[in-house]
Ligand binder design. Structure first.
Ligand SMILES: Nc1ncnc2c1ncn2[C@@H]1O[C@H](COP(=O)(O)OP(=O)(O)OP(=O)(O)O)[C@@H](O)[C@H]1O
Ligand SMILES: [Mg+2]
Length: 288
């Protein structure tokens, strides 16, 4: 995908212009200047047969246009629920999500989502899976397939257009899901542990690919991951969620230069934010 140098420079500038401040416990807090996404005091729960299960307890944060934000938190704390609310797939009990100042109350083309499982349709070819959201919107088939092929090239799957999902590896299937999430050229890309089921090496390669796509397409990304090193490697800022019912217990800014390569993982600048995230997770787990 051709990309002019001034675009790349703008991306770099956009994502590093937070006003910084230090919190009491030394965790670096980033306050975006221009937020594309605002999550305001979200509360959410599920009705169980015997009781009400509170899941989110006043989650608030902002994400700037072009920023890459990772969400980490203990299993079952409400991360998927939070992404589904941001995508407009669920409605909160209270609070709201604003995208460019407009309340999100239903799914929209401005937000693309990749779920933990690729959820591809086995009877459709790879290109037909990617083109599906366009076909649903009555885009002519030829145009939809051309767009699907361009996105498959972007995610490194040229040559697999007419393959069926059963013939793909896990990493390839996730690339297809990523291409499908990009099909409406969304402003915000939500990723729910997209590499959770992959082996360590594939996962590392996918992380590098994701950074390449993020830079090329100038997306705003909010990604859930269980891996602290993965969060630090990818993100400009990591939001740490506490146990259910979740709230944001810390925001850790990752001030590593871009573009990032795997070598950065051995540096002191990498270890420091990783330690802050682990400490925040441990503090939240042990507080009553
Ligand atoms: N549709 C639902 N109906 C009832 N309870 C639900 C529903 N979806 C999620 N839950 C419950 O809400 C809580 C939060 O679930 P959620 O999937 O958001 O957590 P998570 O942080 O994404 O977990 P994980 O890290 O394991 O993916 C869990 O206790 C889960 O059982
Ligand atoms: Mg989840």
């Amino acid at each position: 995908m051709p990309q002019d140098a001034s675009d790349a420079a703008r991306v770099g500038k956009d994502v590093h212009c937070h006003r910084r401040r230090e919190s009491e416990n030394g965790v670096s807090m980033a306050k975006p200047d221009r937020s594309l996404l605002r999550v305001e005091r979200l509360e959410m729960g599920y009705r169980r047969p015997d009781r009400w299960l509170p899941v989110l307890d006043g989650v608030s944060f902002e994400v700037e246009g072009g920023e890459f934000v990772c969400l980490v938190g203990p299993s079952g704390c409400g991360k998927t629920t939070l992404l589904r609310l941001v995508a407009g797939l669920e409605r909160p009990t209270s609070g709201r999500v604003l995208l460019d100042g407009v309340e999100v109350d239903r799914p929209s083309r401005s937000v693309g989502i990749v779920f933990q499982e690729p959820t591809l349709m086995g009877w459709r070819t790879v290109e037909a899976n990617v083109a599906l959201p366009l076909e649903v919107n009555r885009t002519p088939r030829g145009k939809a397939l051309r767009r699907a092929r361009a996105l498959l090239e972007l995610v490194g799957l040229s040559g697999f257009e007419e393959t069926y999902p059963a013939q793909l590896s896990g990493g390839m299937a996730q690339r297809v899901a990523l291409a499908r999430a990009l099909v409406h050229d969304p402003r915000v890309l939500l990723l729910d542990e997209p590499f959770g089921a992959l082996d360590a090496l594939t996962r590392e390669r996918m992380a590098l690919e994701l950074l390449r796509i993020w830079r090329a397409r100038r997306k705003t990304v909010v990604m859930v991951t269980h891996s602290v090193p993965e969060a630090v490697f990818l993100a400009d800022r990591v939001l740490v969620l506490g146990p259910r019912p979740a709230s944001v217990v810390a925001q850790v800014e990752v001030d590593l230069p871009r573009p990032r390569t795997a070598e950065v993982m051995g540096t002191v600048s990498f270890a420091a934010p990783a330690r802050q995230i682990r400490e925040a997770l441990n503090r939240a787990a042990s507080s009553p």
